[in-house]
Design a protein around this ligand. Structure first.
Ligand SMILES: *Cc1c(COP(=O)(O)O)cnc(C)c1O
Length: 224
């Protein structure tokens, strides 16, 4: 299947999920996760009309960025070691994995301009997952006030790998609840109006629960 064919199917599913939840498909941005594919394939994602690209490690990101540059809007979606911030900063447009103050401090220090970040939340509480626990999110967002170049665009989570749809849905619902609490704080640096949730196997559920950025790898660009 080509990327264009994959995209057509995905767009149909987005439409259905939006109908089910009374949403407008224009509210959903597809981030094509290119971590499984070459620079050439990443370029064909752009040709298919998707301009948001996501990578989860610094070196593969840099190779893609070399090849493609600012034609794409770049999302860093993986856990980020503090010492690697300098490699990606001022090249990526969004960071989806802000989960500690030391990382915020380094991002703030290295960036030339305000940068949109998602606070990563480990809603499911699985031990191997990165992210803040549910109760830590609002205090963390308040603490980010000290970093004048960090913009809290929204919250990000990964649902558990399971066939249990109700469990997945409850994780996305919870992230939406926390987002509403964060928006109620009315902080200028933390509009928090975006939700980065949903991957290839669960994006329709994520959309029904309020996702605005879905991160699609295997279902859209395949694996090489
Ligand atoms: C790899 C990855 C994705 C995409 O995964 P697929 O299941 O292939 O769609 C999304 N988000 C994050 C954080 C990832 O690491």
């Amino acid at each position: 299947m080509t990327i264009k064919e994959n995209l057509k199917k995905i767009k149909e599913k987005i439409e259905t999920a939006c109908k089910n939840s009374n949403r407008n498909p224009d509210e959903i941005t597809i981030v094509a996760v290119t971590k499984y594919v070459s620079e050439t394939t990443a370029k064909s994602v752009l040709e298919a009309g998707i301009t948001h690209l996501g990578e989860n490690r610094d070196q593969p990101f840099l190779s893609k960025y070399e090849a493609i540059g600012t034609e794409a809007t770049w999302h860093f979606i993986g856990s980020l070691q503090t010492r690697k911030v300098k490699n990606i900063i001022n090249k990526v447009d969004y960071i989806h994995s802000l989960d500690r103050l030391s990382l915020a401090k380094e991002i703030n220090k290295r960036t030339d301009k305000p940068i949109k970040c998602f606070v990563q939340v480990n809603v499911s509480g699985e031990e191997q997952k990165h992210g803040l626990s549910v109760n830590e999110v609002l205090p963390f967002i308040k603490e980010l006030q000290q970093f004048e170049k960090i913009i809290v665009a929204g919250l990000m989570t990964m649902a558990p790998h399971t066939d249990d749809e109700q469990l997945i849905r409850s994780v996305f619902k919870k992230l939406k609840d926390i987002q509403e609490e964060a928006m109620d704080l009315n902080l200028a640096y933390a509009p928090c109006n975006e939700l980065s949730m949903g991957m290839s196997n669960d994006f329709t559920i994520a959309i029904e629960e309020g996702a605005t950025f879905i991160r699609l790898g295997s279902s859209l660009v395949g694996r090489e």
